[in-house]
Design a protein around this ligand. Structure first.
Ligand code: ADE
Ligand code: ZN
Length: 352
């Protein structure tokens, strides 16, 4: 449900704004509807009798982080069991990129979780083939540029993280970045030092989740900076609580991919006040939809008008979030400059 009233002018401005998404789990774009289609196609029984029951179950109550994240991830992993074949990975990607086209999202970096699939017996080749085909169709049909980020699930054994990196070697050219996601509780970044050292030596761009309000969040952000030596942090909002983190993030030009998403149990965008503080501190912050198939906020273009209103962000500020995203994107200079120029041109024409 959306409870934030949005005026038509804001809606129109945001609709036309060129957009980039840097923090999106492609598996997290699985809507209940697509889940049902794929479950039927693959003959996978669902424990919820119908889509409405699933949606009702997703409105679970849990105290805020970290318990919510743990419960959320259980639902996420249960849902993505319907992804079995290359066609499934193709179809989920094409469905998302069709949505990007509708919402004027010009560029998206798609995180994916290989361990969540290979541990269920899905071959990495099927995952990669489906993602590649989906991206090819997305570019040919809708003109959307994409890149892939291989994410390690931090709550799985460390040796399986290295295995996932090794298994991705034949697909190295198709994957721009390396990240860390899933349950942060008791899974600090330092656990992944060796895997990150290897990913860095293989030329991957590096990011890692520091989810919001996790118990060890400031220590984990520090480890991401100094041990994993990332160039982006996914979320990272709690950095504003510690001046030395703010100083280092700013000095190193690190982009923070914030997610003002809202859940079925929320009535409005979350984290907008802290995102404003991030801006005021001079941090490069972007706005992202994270898991649009599961959150009530949905996809980026759907989410942003309510974020503009709830955060009281001006048109110029909304434009600056998108410029931050294009500038923090893992693309070559020429493409990046073209996206930024297009965004500046839109802002100039909108006279903001
Ligand atoms: N994997 C998928 N969605 C995630 C999230 N919101 N946080 C951490 N890991 C995730
Ligand atoms: Zn995420």
């Amino acid at each position: 449900m959306d409870f934030t009233p949005v005026d038509p002018r804001t809606r129109e401005f945001v609709a036309g704004l060129p957009k980039a998404e840097l923090h999106l789990h492609i598996e997290g774009t699985l809507t209940p509807e697509l889940r049902w289609t794929l479950a039927a196609r693959n003959g996978i029984a669902q424990r919820h009798p119908d889509i409405q029951s699933l949606k009702a179950a997703m409105a679970f109550e849990a105290p805020d982080a970290p318990s919510y994240l743990t419960k959320f991830l259980a639902a996420y992993y249960e849902g993505i069991e319907v992804l079995r074949t290359a066609e499934d990975f193709r179809d989920i990607t094409v469905a998302y990129l069709a949505r990007c086209k509708e919402e004027n999202v010009l560029y998206a970096e798609l995180s994916f979780d290989p361990q969540a699939h290979t541990t269920r017996g899905v071959a990495i080749d099927a995952v990669m083939e489906g993602l590649a085909e989906g991206r090819r169709i997305g570019r040919a049909t809708h003109g959307i540029e994409t890149n892939l980020i291989l994410c390690i699930n931090r709550d799985r054994p460390i040796d399986t993280a290295m295995d996932a990196l090794v298994a991705a070697r034949p697909f190295r050219d198709e994957i721009v970045g390396f990240g860390l996601d899933s349950d942060e509780l008791n899974n600090p970044p330092i656990k992944f030092r060796e895997v990150y050292d290897r990913a860095r030596s293989e030329g991957y761009r590096l990011t890692a989740h520091c989810d919001v309000d996790q118990p060890a969040t400031r220590e984990n952000i520090r480890q991401c900076l100094d041990i994993l030596r990332v160039e982006r942090i996914d979320h990272g909002i709690n950095a504003i609580e510690e001046p030395s983190l703010v100083d280092d993030i700013r000095a190193r030009g690190i982009t923070l991919t914030a997610c003002p998403t809202w859940r079925p149990i929320d009535r409005a965008p979350r984290r907008v006040d802290r995102i404003r503080v991030m801006r005021e501190l001079g941090l490069k912050v972007t706005l992202n939809s994270d898991d649009p198939g599961l959150f009530s906020s949905g996809t980026l273009g759907r989410m942003l008008p309510a974020v503009a209103v709830a955060g009281d962000f001006s048109d110029r500020e909304m434009g600056e979030f998108m410029i931050n995203a294009f500038e923090g994107a893992w693309i070559d200079r020429e493409l990046r400059d073209a996206f930024v120029a297009r965004t500046r041109d839109y802002l100039a024409r909108a006279a903001v």
